[in-house]
Write a protein of this length. Structure first.
Length: 420
């Protein structure tokens, strides 16, 4: 009796284990069939695929999260100091193309630059400022469009020798139609191209403006013809960091602007001994004058009023005339040349001299009263009617034409020579 229950139990248990084993066998068979089907499916898409596994797991095909192959190189190296302001900054890309390059100083002012057409490099189009920290941010993309970025910081050199430019006219001034932009540098310039490139003169309404060097320390800018009345002119001096001569750097960064006033051009006829004052195309006054005597004639040419003095001293010794004259109170004087040509009041000649005789030492004289206190005198009227930058043309004098560099008188140079 005891054996039967045991036997029965054994048979029952064996039967249940057999059923569980059968389930396992069915599952294994189904898995094998799925594996076969999956393998066949993989075979149809190419040898690169394997059952149930993606390309990344197999080590083949496009890897969506792989690093960019593009390599960005920036010179100078990160942390560099005493970097040259020109020629040292370079950004390049290999195995990819540059898409973004920004270079900015600590104030956020960006350096202008250009990415090459093939995307392999970026170069600045302007020099860097001296003693300035710059941050460079560059991005390149490889052939798959994946980005690679690089950031560096460097500091430019601190120059031991510097120069600036003294400019005219003054910021915010209103000047005549003949006024050039004239810049005199404190050191002789041996790289005029670099210096001129760092100065930008623009006008509204727009007009072509070109620079011309007089020697190695003066640069003037003007349009082909006199400025149009009402023109707004802006001068941007970006000289900071420009190497004007070996080891000598500009330290000036400034923007100035001025306005062209009404058009006034006065013509002195030394033979007729008159001066006709033309305002905006109309003759508003004809004044009797006295020009240079036969032995001390007045220059011919277009001259620009560069300075005005209600009363000034004129000493012949300062302009090569020895002790011929020394007048301590010349009234209503307006400078036309560096060498000493003025339009000025004359109280020491008789009233009949004006309009009938040339007796000056090369200046243009107008009748006046001592002390410059009589506003009804011709010299006073002309002084009050004129501004710096107005043009005075002298013709029919038995003298040569004034040199363009003698005063602000570049108008006496043909445009073709000016821009050569």
């Amino acid at each position: 009796m005891n054996g039967q229950p045991i036997s029965g139990a054994s048979v029952g248990a064996t039967g249940r284990r057999g059923r569980r084993g059968g389930v396992r066998l069915q599952a294994l068979a189904a898995g094998a069939l799925l594996l076969v089907l999956t393998a066949c499916g993989g075979g149809e898409t190419g040898a690169g695929g394997a059952g149930g596994q993606g390309p990344a797991a197999q080590g083949g095909g496009k890897q969506e999260n792989a690093a960019s192959q593009a390599v960005v190189t920036i010179l100078p190296k990160d942390g560099a100091d005493s970097v040259a302001t020109s020629g040292a900054l370079k950004v390049t890309a290999s195995q990819g193309k540059l898409t973004t390059v920004t270079v900015a100083d600590s104030k956020g002012t960006e350096v202008e630059g250009k990415i090459a057409a093939d995307g392999s490099s970026w170069s600045p189009t302007a020099h860097l400022a001296a003693a300035t920290q710059y941050k460079v941010h560059a991005i390149a993309k490889d052939a798959e469009g994946r980005e690679s970025a690089k950031d560096t910081t460097f500091t430019t050199l601190v120059p031991q020798n510097t120069f600036i430019g003294h400019y005219t006219p003054e910021d915010g001034s209103t000047v005549g139609v003949g006024m050039p932009v004239s810049i005199n540098f404190t050191r002789g310039i041996t790289d005029p191209e670099a210096v001129e490139k760092a100065i930008k003169v623009t006008a509204v309404p727009a007009v072509e403006i070109e620079g011309h060097w007089f020697g190695n320390d003066r640069l003037d800018f003007r349009p082909k013809e006199y400025w149009a009345a009402g023109t707004k002119v802006t001068v941007a001096l970006n000289l900071d960091g420009v190497e004007g001569r070996p080891g000598v750097y500009g330290k000036q960064k400034k923007t100035i602007s001025f306005t062209i006033g009404r058009r006034q051009v006065s013509t002195v006829d030394a033979s007729a001994k008159t001066m006709k004052v033309e305002r905006d195309g109309k003759i508003i006054k004809t004044l009797p004058i006295t020009a240079g005597a036969p032995s001390t004639t007045t220059y011919n040419g277009q001259m620009v009023i560069s300075e005005k003095y209600k009363v000034t001293r004129m000493n012949g010794a300062t302009v090569g005339f020895g002790g011929e004259y020394d007048i301590k109170d010349v009234p209503h004087a307006m400078r036309l040349s560096t060498s000493g040509t003025f339009v000025h009041g004359n109280y020491w000649a008789s009233a009949s001299t004006f309009g009938s005789a040339n007796v000056s030492h090369g200046c243009v004289g107008l009748q006046d009263q001592r002390g410059a206190g009589n506003s009804s005198m011709p010299a006073a009227w002309f002084y009050d009617s004129s501004i710096i930058g107005d043009v005075v043309i002298v013709k029919n004098s038995k003298d040569k034409q004034i040199q363009p560099e003698n005063g602000l008188n570049g108008w006496n140079m043909d445009w073709s020579e000016w821009i050569a």
